[in-house]
Design a protein around this ligand. Structure first.
Ligand code: PXG
Length: 460
């Protein structure tokens, strides 16, 4: 008898995983000390299955991306068909493929007016790199080569490449390897709970927007290429700006001739109850980054949607743009994205999020407000954050920050759902196919986890 565990057992996978697989954003030594990874082996609808027979409600839609839910045979069928017909061809050297053309047309149709050109990549990080290259080249062609600096916000997340991490405002990432690169500046985010002080959220929204204008004036508008922001800062803790913020930001960008880039990698494709958060806030960005739910995460794909102003200059006066990826416009993910968008349309997932499930989530979350740990609940559509604090009246965090969030997240998982902790904020973004009673179930799990966390933290 062979004393080795069966080849596909959890033990075998965990051992092999620790030996050979370096995970993103992971302390491998700590992972090993805790016994290794949770192995996800399958999924259907809004549920994940693990190798131990567990079933978890996926309150995060993977990594904020599986908007149409798991196990959609329509997407698998389209991928198979495209692979049989044309598994790969590129978009270099004056060629194109039908699915990449059709998807570009569709994206131009569903994004705000004036955004009509699509440049493809395979990840949000890649596409934000494209944004920086396209914008800097735009200003160069326009005869303003000094306009090179990007302004972003602290707590922002724009990816993990050198450019993505430089655009981002994550202190931990900047602490490793000499980031941000020169030419990337960061200002305060519109995070009223932490930075609002005695101001009303509306007053603070204007103050946070003014921080961008102050930075533009400090650097000189002739040096500033663009402001980039996530309409809602997802990985930063689901920071939802006061309603006064975004209109003011757009005004400031226009006033100083600074391009406005919206990173809609998380907020796109129905997440906030509109196709894009730009629609919710009434914004007309100069460029927009898309990824994640563009294929509901089924295959890697991303895009920069370029507004007419920048596109016209690049096309009319730019000549060849020396930029692109082997997989720019890959026909298989593009075909899957088209079908994914058709599903969102057919099942009215945007309208459902706006009118039914988003309001239901907000209602259930509001009931958590009187919990002793809950300082604030924030949500728009099906993206939400629940901020855990030590002192609600003083809006005071626990010290060290992150402990309560980690404990609560672990209780959520032990009770059958996946959510993330960002510092002490529990964040969630379930698949848009979630049913209202499943939202009740998800928030029920969170309430149980909050009660257990309060006990662990000695709060009553
Ligand atoms: N922009 C935004 C707004 C994102 O949220 C990226 C760009 C980068 O996309 P890629 O495809 O390069 O990863 C993201 C990614 C988390 C988490 O734990 C969030 C992301 C990725 C991984 C983990 O919240 N966001």
């Amino acid at each position: 008898m062979n004393s080795q565990p069966a080849r596909n057992s959890t033990v075998r996978w965990r051992e092999s995983d620790l030996r050979h697989h370096m995970h993103p954003f992971t302390d491998t030594k700590e992972l090993a000390a805790e016994g290794g990874s949770r192995i996800i082996t399958g999924a259907e609808g809004i549920h994940l299955h693990d190798s131990e027979g567990g079933r978890l409600l996926d309150g995060m839609a993977g990594l904020w991306c599986v908007n149409v839910g798991y196990s959609r045979t329509e997407l698998a069928d389209v991928a198979r068909q495209q692979m049989l017909e044309l598994p790969y061809y590129h978009a270099f050297f004056k060629t194109a493929t039908p699915s990449s053309i059709e998807l570009a047309e569709k994206i131009a149709q569903i994004t705000p007016d004036g955004l009509n050109h699509v440049f493809y990549g395979s990840s949000g990080s890649e596409s934000n790199d494209t944004v920086v290259r396209a914008v800097r080249y735009y200003w160069q062609v326009e005869g303003k080569p000094e306009k090179q600096v990007f302004i972003s916000r602290t707590h922002a997340y724009h990816g993990s490449t050198m450019i993505g991490a430089s655009l981002g405002g994550q202190a931990a990432m900047h602490g490793q390897g000499g980031l941000p690169l020169p030419g990337f500046e960061h200002v305060m985010p519109p995070y009223w709970y932490d930075f609002g002080g005695d101001l009303s959220p509306e007053e603070f929204g204007l103050k946070a927007a003014k921080a961008i204008e102050d930075k533009i004036l400090e650097l000189g508008a002739d040096k500033v290429a663009a402001f980039i922001g996530e309409p809602i800062q997802g990985a930063g803790g689901v920071l939802i700006a006061p309603e006064t913020y975004w209109p003011e930001v757009q005004k400031i960008c226009r006033k100083h001739d600074v391009l406005l880039v919206l990173d809609e990698v998380i907020t796109g494709f129905g997440r906030v109850g509109e196709w894009f958060a730009a629609d919710h806030y009434g914004l007309q960005p100069d460029l927009m980054t898309l990824a994640k739910a563009i294929t509901s995460g089924y295959l890697p794909l991303s895009a920069v949607v370029i507004g007419d102003r920048v596109a016209n200059t690049l096309i009319e006066k730019g000549g060849e743009f020396y930029h692109g990826y082997t997989y720019s416009g890959h026909p298989v993910p593009c075909a899957v994205a088209l079908e994914n968008i058709r599903i969102i349309e057919r099942e009215k997932l945007v309208e459902r999020t706006r009118d039914i499930t988003g309001p239901r989530l907000a209602e259930r979350l509001a009931e958590l407000r009187d919990h002793p740990l809950v300082g604030e609940v924030r949500s728009l559509g099906l993206i939400a954050g629940v901020e855990l604090v030590k002192n609600k009246a003083k809006r005071q965090h626990f010290d060290p920050i992150g402990k309560a969030g980690g404990i609560c997240r672990d209780h959520v998982i032990a009770n059958g759902a996946i959510m993330r902790a960002v510092r002490d904020t529990i964040v969630m973004a379930p698949p848009l196919i979630i049913e209202p009673q499943q939202i009740d179930e998800m928030i029920g799990i969170l309430r149980r986890a909050l009660d257990l966390t309060a006990k662990d933290m000695g709060v009553s």
